[in-house]
Design a protein around this ligand. Structure first.
Ligand code: HEM
Length: 409
């Protein structure tokens, strides 16, 4: 039976290592149980919402479906270990995606100007230069290399660290720390996770102190000197802000660039169309985001008794919203299992919607676009050179290796 043990499969990080099987499971749920009571062993139960219309509905009612207090799916044992480690606090950080209402609006507003389209567009020449540097790195490693490990991990990291104001020399340390914090290995040592967060906080504590003394034109300076209602943003929230941007802006974009390249290599006619017609790059980027949808879920918590598509949800119930599933909803997309670089419109929800919609979406799109333009400027042919592997995570998951073979123009 293809759809046995659905609850366990939804929770199991390994499920997300097989994107096609995962989408088949979501298709089954959209058709048979679109608002599913899901109770995997070892986890607090929740409603899983998979249809496009229902995910939009939940995200458009932020007063009813709160972002706090439950954020992501963790085993009860991990939630308890975290709570014990940090005086009752169940989360490692206090970030905007755990906030609601006015608090969320004010905290998000501290940097939302920097993430708007016009300032992001001004970053294009710098991002283009970084993209070209990493394409050169690929060429230097070639003609056979692991695209994910050599390029896709590092390029978005450099962009997000540039935004924050972290020097390139400290990128390896940032990668190590953020990975240790968010890794979902079964044997992940919680004490080590806590240590990694402290290491990150030490680093950014020093950076923020420096930017209070000498502000620069970077996000760390904006965060370091931010005030809300005339009061400075507390240190824990400021450090959490840095960690949120560093992590939200990294794995997601790495996964989309590598997953997007894999999709092009496995759909060579689409790759050729893009190369023949670079004007299709913008729609191609959104199709890559829909296809990869690296953020697998976030939670909402019902503030009052309510309904989703006729199903009664009790106050206090957890609701898991799926971000990959709506992009493959047959009710909205024509031939959703086809990868089409000219898909327009493309109303996928892989970047979320409503007041919590991805803050970095313009930056993400620009980064992906500049990368592929730079790649096709230099590379003549590129093809899969082995079996790709995926990282196990029910939260943010994508490729962990992508062997490629290429020739240079
Ligand atoms: C292709 C790449 C990316 C994808 C697929 C992605 C996806 C998402 C998703 C699904 C959410 C939750 C939306 C919701 O709850 O409705 C989110 C939130 C967020 N993203 Fe992204 N993201 C990407 C890149 C980035 C980048 C580059 C940055 C910043 C440098 C960023 C910063 C954030 C922040 C700060 C939030 C929290 C927003 C809030 O709660 O108000 N993301 N992203």
């Amino acid at each position: 039976m293809p759809f046995e043990n659905i609850d366990a499969r939804i929770a199991d990080p390994a499920t997300y290592q097989d994107p096609a099987a995962c989408q088949a499971l979501f298709a089954h749920l959209r058709a048979t149980d679109p608002v599913r009571w899901t109770a995997p062993q070892g986890y607090r139960p929740f409603w899983l919402v998979t249809r496009h219309a229902d995910v939009r509905d939940v995200e458009s009612r932020p007063d009813i479906f709160l972002n706090g207090p439950r954020i992501v799916l963790r085993p009860i044992a991990v939630e308890e270990a975290l709570a014990a480690q940090q005086a009752g606090r169940k989360d490692l950080i206090r970030s905007m995606n755990a906030m609601d209402g006015d608090e969320h609006r004010k905290v998000r507003g501290l940097t939302s100007r920097q993430f708007m389209l016009p300032p992001v567009r001004q970053m294009a020449p710098k991002i283009d230069a970084i993209a070209r540097e990493f394409v050169q790195r690929l060429i230097d490693k070639g003609p056979e290399t692991d695209f994910f490990q050599e390029v896709a991990v590092w390029y978005p990291l450099r962009v997000v660290m540039l935004l924050l104001g972290v020097p390139a020399a400290d990128e390896a340390l940032m990668l190590k720390l953020t990975r240790e914090i968010f890794e979902q290995r079964p044997d992940t040592d919680k004490a080590q996770q806590g240590q990694a967060r402290l290491g990150f906080f030490d680093y950014f504590g020093a950076l923020l102190a420096d930017r209070r003394q000498t502000p620069r034109d970077d996000l760390a300076s904006a965060i370091a000197n931010a005030t809300i209602d005339g009061q400075p943003l507390p240190e824990f929230e400021s450090l959490s802000y840095c960690l949120t941007v560093a992590t939200a802006g990294h794995d997601t974009t790495s996964a989309t660039i590598s997953g997007g390249l894999l999709a092009l290599m496995t759909h060579p006619e689409q790759m050729q169309r893009l190369r023949d017609n670079p004007a299709l790059i913008d729609s191609a980027v959104d199709e890559m985001i829909r296809w990869v949808a690296p953020v697998k879920h976030f939670f909402r918590t019902a503030a009052v008794d309510t309904q989703i598509a006729g199903t009664t949800i009790k106050a206090g119930d957890s609701v898991m919203i799926s971000f990959p599933s709506p992009g493959f909803d047959e009710a909205v997309f024509d031939a959703p299992t086809e990868f089409r670089i000219d898909r327009t419109p493309n109303p996928h929800l892989a970047l979320g919607s409503g007041p919590h919609a991805c803050l970095g979406q313009h930056l993400a799109r620009l980064e992906i676009k500049q990368f592929f333009l730079a790649l096709f400027d230099r590379i003549d042919t590129i093809a899969l050179n082995g079996t790709p592997t995926y990282s196990p995570s029910n939260f943010i998951s994508g490729l962990s290796s992508l062997p490629v073979r290429f020739t240079v123009k």
